[in-house]
Design a protein around this ligand. Structure first.
Ligand code: AMP
Length: 489
């Protein structure tokens, strides 16, 4: 279920699962296209929205809490002059309903003006912050973004743009897709593991760097390509092109598989794969691994739709008769249900959000497909709702492996003790949610549907082994957290 009920506060500090954009145009003001791009990225964050522009002389900024449509009016956009700009939508987290964390972050320093939009989560932000604070940097928030901005600003006093960004990348550890604006130069950079998505688009009169290609489509542009893991892309100030610098190369990437499963828009292409097709393939894999020939298969909207359509297609190819049915109606005006503070509120939220269509389930055997089980609240409520509406059997299929460990890379999940799969077997979970059967997808099936090597995915939340060096956790590869003191070497 997209935008779903049930997920919760992150396990560690500030979690920043967001949407970013950076635009450089030939002449036109960048604010309006940035605003449209943020609209296209609204699913990546609903807590706050912001734009920073540069007019060649100075920065202009407008950042507000709330949805994009509420955060700006026409006069706000008009006041954001300049043909280069950054935008940001911030994902809501329980502990951070606070404007100090809203972005883009902007700062003026001796070397000019710097703006920064961040999607991801640093593992060593505290170390870098402490070290910067010791050298006299004052911080206004406890977020990662300000740490990155200060570090780049410091490096810019002694080095050119590319070298300054590289030095910061040598010090920070974790996941980040950034759009950065130094005076009127817009850049995009992706961490060496490529955890969060970032792509480049060409417009009629300029270029854009953004989290998802759907934002480029919205602007009437063409997707040029993904920013590569460890790559810095610098847009020309006059909107005529860009330069690319491969600053770090790794043998393995760590793309977040959950972007494909749940987070990203189905109409986005991420690292060469159309999310919709990946979700359909995940559905096909589900049928191949654990298909059950019920009367109907029903998606949990929205992400479940593509899963269920792939599932029923594969079923029909195998001669099964399971019928695709839009049996669960979603109330589209309910958002952000997962910041419900209590379990009771979360349960109510599921019922507020989803309601079965009685005629599609009454007297039938039903398979429900969702993208994930976090606490189990949604599945539990849905099984009950569908049984109450007259279903004779209710089977649950999940288009991802069981989530048994927290995400430190920027997805707002739950702590280990809240995750239903952290200490329960699939059969115990089946019993708890009251389903006749329950199956998850295997990790190999996920990798095959995404079309990437398992080695190139971040699977921390489903294996408990992470591609970054995180205190108290194990890694799935040889990684070393950088020594922060190396900065002044
Ligand atoms: P739960 O009810 O706690 O088991 O959560 C599972 C539901 O939350 C599923 O329907 C997912 O689509 C949705 N979901 C999974 N991850 C997230 C997330 N990070 N933020 C919001 N919803 C999520």
């Amino acid at each position: 279920m997209e935008d779903g009920a049930g997920a919760s506060r992150p396990a560690t500090g500030m979690t920043e699962k967001c949407g970013v954009v950076g635009i450089s145009l030939a002449e036109r003001d960048a604010a309006l296209p940035t605003y449209y791009a943020l609209y296209a990225l609204q699913h990546r964050g609903q807590e706050s929205a912001g734009i920073v522009t540069h007019d060649g002389f100075q920065q202009h900024q407008h950042v507000e809490m709330g949805l994009v449509g509420d955060a700006f009016d026409e006069s706000d956009i008009d006041a954001l002059t300049g043909s280069t700009g950054l935008g940001h939508v911030r994902y809501p987290t329980e502990g951070s309903l606070d404007k100090s964390c809203a972005q883009p972050f902007s700062v003026s320093f001796r070397g000019g003006a710097l703006g920064l939009s961040h999607n991801g989560n640093l593992v060593n932000a505290d170390e870098v912050r402490d070290e910067l604070a010791a050298t006299g940097h004052a911080f206004t928030s406890d977020g990662d973004t300000e740490v990155i901005a200060h570090d780049i600003a410091r490096n810019l006093l002694e080095a050119d743009l590319v070298r300054a960004v590289k030095r910061t990348m040598e010090r920070i550890h974790g996941s980040y897709a950034l759009t950065i604006m130094h005076d009127d130069t817009v850049m995009g950079v992706r961490d060496p593991e490529g955890n969060r998505p970032l792509c480049i688009g060409e417009l009629d009169d300029g270029y854009v760097i953004t989290s998802e290609s759907a934002a480029i489509d919205t602007l009437g542009g063409d997707l040029v390509r993904d920013v590569q893991p460890g790559e810095l892309v610098v847009l020309h100030e006059d909107g005529t092109g860009f330069d690319a610098y491969q600053l770090f190369e790794r043998d393995r990437s760590a793309h977040c598989f959950f972007e494909y499963v749940y987070f990203a828009r189905p109409d986005s292409v991420i690292d060469d794969e159309l999310v919709y097709e990946v979700r359909r393939d995940l559905g096909r894999e589900l049928w191949a691994e654990s298909g059950v020939d019920t009367d109907v298969v029903m998606p949990v909207p929205d992400s479940g739709r593509a899963f269920a359509s792939g599932y029923s297609d594969a079923a029909h190819e195998d001669g099964a008769s399971v019928e695709f049915a839009e049996g669960l109606m979603k109330n589209r005006y309910v958002g952000r249900t997962f910041i419900m503070p209590t379990q009771e509120a979360r349960e109510r939220a599921v019922r507020l959000k989803l309601n079965p269509i009685r005629s599609t389930v009454e007297g039938k055997s039903v398979t429900i497909i969702d993208d994930s089980i976090v606490r189990g609240t949604t599945s539990n409520q849905l099984v009950e709702l569908v049984r109450d509406a007259g279903a004779e059997e209710v089977h649950v299929r999940i288009g991802a492996p069981a989530i048994l460990a927290p995400c430190y890379m920027g997805i707002n999940m739950a702590t280990r003790d809240e995750l239903i799969a952290a200490d329960k077997s699939t059969d115990e979970i089946r019993e708890e949610i009251g389903a006749d059967s329950l199956s998850y997808l295997s990790v190999d099936a996920v990798a095959s549907a995404i079309g990437k090597r398992r080695d190139d995915l971040c699977l921390g939340c489903v294996t408990g082994e992470y591609p970054y060096d995180i205190d108290g956790e194990t890694t799935d590869r040889e990684v070393e957290r950088p020594g922060v003191a190396s900065a002044d070497d």
